[in-house]
Design a protein around this ligand. Sequence first.
Ligand SMILES: [Zn+2]
Length: 121
Amino acid sequence: MALRTEVSAKERKDIRTLIRFVGLYCRENHDGAKAPFTFRLLDLKAIAKEEVSVCPDCTRLLTYGLTMRLKCPHDPKSMCKKCETQCYHGEYKAKIREVMKFSGMYMIKHGRLRMLYHYLG
Ligand SMILES: [Zn+2]
């Protein structure tokens, strides 16, 4: 498949979120060899604006997630949780849920911390 150039603003945002969440999760939970994530169907540099290094497991999860996002038949896309297509299966489903939960909490915690600094400063 050729490099996809037509990416909507919504897709772009979802892709960025996915990369950021998995990247954060991997950074905090996985040791070992990591490599910058690349995805052959997209020009990630133009979309993500930041490079994320992930382990082989997270590379697979991200590749899967991005592929599914691009293949999503719903436009406009609704919340994945409420979707009847449910493109995440088995281990990927459990994994992405864990990633979203961890990174979501992590960001909330850090957001609060920044807010606290704001009040103290
Ligand atoms: Zn990882």
